[in-house]
Design a protein around this ligand. Structure first.
Ligand code: IYR
Length: 230
């Protein structure tokens, strides 16, 4: 997508300008908050399938995120094949066993107690889709030479946020899962070594008996997360 000869500034008129009244804006912000606060991280998935087209459009949304120098330093691998999901589960559980057996250290394990997680990761097989997010330390020009990427963790983090919001908007639930370490994903998915696995997002419909940890629903109030300065 990037060619060396295209590195120059060219301006175009702002497309897609929004034209809300102040009242509409107030309502829109409120409605989006009301919608987003109903997003829950869910570990229990139903067997119901999800169309590939839905996953593709959610990844397209993630790809609209802003990024350092617009380099878009991310790659998303979508997996629905049951045998492949099983392989990922087995490898992730192997890492998680070491983590929960003490590798994580007491403080970390204590912090996870209210979340109720353990080394069993059935969602990696039960969810109809796994989306593995990779960040890219560098990219390639069309001529095969490399360019450096900037603000890679920040950019990829924003793209992941867009992805989770898009999945929620599509009526799906997701679980951000970060086995520790995650290097096995690079090998298993055949990704180049300059790409770093960031997270696995398990995606699907919630199981009819799905539960969430009570503490996960306690969000800090506005006066704790916001200061008006000046
Ligand atoms: N990767 C482990 C541990 C874990 C860590 C954090 I921080 C969490 O918020 C949740 C889990 C696991 O997935 O179980």
């Amino acid at each position: 997508m990037f060619a060396r000869e295209h590195i120059e500034y060219e301006a175009v008129d702002l497309p897609d300008r929004s034209d809300l009244t102040d009242a509409q804006m107030r309502a829109a912000a409120r409605e989006f908050y009301d919608r987003m606060k109903r997003r829950h991280t869910v570990r229990d998935f139903a067997a119901r399938a999800v169309a590939q087209e839905v996953i593709e459009n959610c990844i397209r949304t993630a790809g609209t995120a802003p990024s350092g120098a617009n380099h878009q330093p991310w790659h998303f691998v979508a997996i629905s094949n049951p045998a492949f999901k099983k392989k990922i589960r087995e490898a992730a559980e192997e890492e998680e066993r070491k983590f929960y057996d003490g590798g994580a250290g007491d403080e970390w394990l204590k912090a996870l107690e209210p979340i109720g997680t353990n080394d069993q990761k059935p969602h990696l097989e039960d969810a109809p889709w796994l989306i593995v997010v990779f960040s890219q330390k560098w990219g390639y020009f069309e001529d095969g030479t490399r360019f450096k990427n900037y603000y890679v963790p920040e950019s990829t983090g924003i793209a992941c946020g867009f992805l989770l919001a898009a999945l929620h908007q599509a009526g799906l639930v997701s679980l951000t899962h970060t086995p520790n370490p995650m290097k096995f994903l690079t090998d298993m998915l055949g990704r180049p070594t300059h790409e770093k696995p960031i997270m696995i997002v398990a995606v699907g419909h919630p199981h009819e008996e799905a539960k969430v940890p009570k503490v996960a629903k306690m969000k800090k109030p506005l006066d704790e997360i916001m200061t008006l300065a000046g």
